[in-house]
Design a protein. Sequence first.
Length: 182
Amino acid sequence: MLRVIGGIYKSRKIKEVKSSKTRPTTDKNKEVLFNTLGQFFDGGRMLDLFSGSGAIGIEAISRGIDMVDFIENSNVAIKTIKENLDLLGINHGVNIIKHDAFRYLNNTETKYDLIFADPPYALNKYDELIEVIHSRQLLAKGGIIVFEADKSYQFIDKYENLVKYKEKNLGNSKFAFYEMED
C-alpha cells in the first residue's frame, strides 16, 4: 500500500497498481518532490503523465491543486486510479484519460501549471517530452515540469526558454525540475 504523505488526505492509504510494468514513486521520493516544489499549492492545474496509481496527482490534490488530468495507457492502472480516487472520496477536479502520453500531448490545448512525467525508464524519451510540451506551449507562465528518471539519465540543462533549475538524486532515481524563463 502507498500513502498520501501531506495535505488534507495525509496518512490515508491508497492502492498500488498490480502490475510489474509500473514503478511507484516511494514515499521518501514524494516527500523530496513536494518539499522541492513547495508544500502546498494555491490552486492550479496539473498534468500527471504516465500516472500509474495516480499517487502523485492525488498528493497534489491533497496539497491544494485544483485540477489534475491523469494520463495513463494501462487499463489496470486506470482501474487503480479510479479506486484510489473513490477511496478518498475525490469526485471533482479530476480527469482520467486513457491515452498514450505523446498522443495526448500532441492533441491537447490545455495549459498546465505543473506537469509531472514518470515514464518507464526504458522508454528514455525525456527530450522528446520536453520538445512536445515546449513546442505546443502546454506549460503555463510560471509553470514547472518535473521528470522522474533513472539516476544515470543526463538531462539537458536548457531547452530554448525551459531551464533546468534543480536536479535531485535519490537512490536509483532522480528528479529534474524545469521552469519557463521570462
